[in-house]
Design a protein around this ligand. Sequence first.
Ligand code: DGT
Ligand code: CA
Ligand code: CA
Length: 576
Amino acid sequence: MRNKEVAEKFYELAKMAELAGDNPFKVRAYLEAARRIENLTVPIEELATEDKLTQINGIGTSIAEKIKQYLREGKIDKLEELKKKIPETLLEIEKIPGMGAKRAKVLYEKLGIKTINDLKHAAERGLIRTLPGFGEKTEKKILEGLNSMKDKTVDRVLLGIALPLAEGITEKLRKNSPVKKILICGSIRRMRETIGDIDILVTSEKPEKVMDAFVKLPEVKEILVKGDTKTSILTFENLQVDLRVVEPDSFGAAIQYFTGSRQHNIHLRELAIKKGLKINEYGVFDLGTNKKIAGETEESVYEALGLQWIPPEMREDRGEIELAEKHELPELVELSDIKGDLHMHTVYSDGINTIEEMANEAMKMGYQYIVISDHAKALGIANGLSIERYKEQKKKIEELNKKLKPFKIFLGAELNILSDGSLDFPDKELGIFDICLAGIHTAMNQSEEKITERIKKAVSNKYVKIIVHPTGRILNGRQNYNVNVDALFNEAKKYGKVFEINSSPERLDLSDLNAKKAKEQYGLKLSIDTDAHSVDSLLNIRYGVGVARRAWLTKEDIINTMDLNEFEKFLKRSKK
Ligand code: DGT
Ligand code: CA
Ligand code: CA
């Protein structure tokens, strides 16, 4: 499915058009198209082949042509045209906290600022404050924004884009080429939040046929190298894919090596040497006799080093090798342990599916329950609900619960933690909900102290059980806030509150390291939720489970692994 990729292109197009001062209606049309494409339930490439693009709401013939061109050629003429007018680097500048499209454009036109470096120099030399409408305060904000950008990863692709892409490729190779074994390795297998390149390993009796099939895949924009054992291509999103064919008797050693991480492998190599062994992508060898003692399976490789097999998500050299030596690895939470999703939106606020559609999909996924948690009223742009609307929703849910038994829908709400830490409704109104979630959606540019105090206040509210997307990070860097997570975890510990691992690929918030800390240092429980705005996004849960596994969490650490009965008891207990 290339939906996400195409949607990204239209977001880019919208931004570039905005920067170029195009007709605002056009800008909005591109944005709308991007949103629609993102939420499609079928692959956009299928709709394109069947000439059904214009059947999508909000997509007319001109946008349909652009989609087709992009799928065919990997580019959109209109976008290329804009790129000639407006430096592409303005897109980066526009994302800096405190900037935005309008300001980026003014700075480009008045000061010729094209790159982040230009911006930095101008801000440091005090040039920005001289422009009308900017001032000293804005300049300071821009400098702060630049600093907070420093550790942003660039040139890496979201797991949510790379994993489906890699799966599409392996599926096609499995069908159309003589592969025997095939596995996606590298950072994808470790479920890192962003991916540098895709690494795929196969065994085959006819490697050249596999390579031929590989370079002919529709995903391929450019062939970088083509050989008998290794071929690299570039996809249309400029993501490199390395395909390697290895011998069956060293497949285990190869997938171990190419899964990494590099740090994990280096540590293993040192351990091997201490034991008089050598490890590489071909196997484990006795240093004395040079005899191969393992390599066909990954288990055999770890066993030869005296280790338990280590789940890929743990392979970051964060102490997992020491635990595996003692055979004390935790039993990580699995996708099949998840019994319900506690965070999702419906047509009542800004979702695109009904409560019943969300419930049906959840049942298909094997869940026993869900929490419908539509936005509350303070979030005007997301069509937030008044208490009256929630009461209507409650009625609807009660009806559905009769029909769908034993599956159960709970009434929740995603409340807004307002700029002073208060919520959308006074406490006395919150009794109608089975569970309240709360998160920050506005005033994100407050100071770290203010944001921290706001969330702490919500944590201490007796009705709020879960803090959603707690650190507010967005992996492609659009919005963000600074917050002291330790202070939050401390407060949550006092009140027995839960933090969310938001599974949306742009968020993955809490991050792996924060989730690990929440458990190890504060003994907190977490929930893994999707924040789905459509039935498809419910499937994002696997990314959240990936984060939890990277955080070494077990089933017991996650509240929505409880079965329905336990979960109901849990809700009752928390109401007391
Ligand atoms: P990425 O692609 O940046 O998201 O991260 P990875 O981990 O997929 O890294 P990549 O694609 O450069 O290499 C795949 C794996 O191959 C890596 O995780 C470990 C292994 N590897 C690559 N280069 C080295 C190396 O110089 N030493 C060792 N020990 N392993 C390496
Ligand atoms: Ca890689
Ligand atoms: Ca690679």
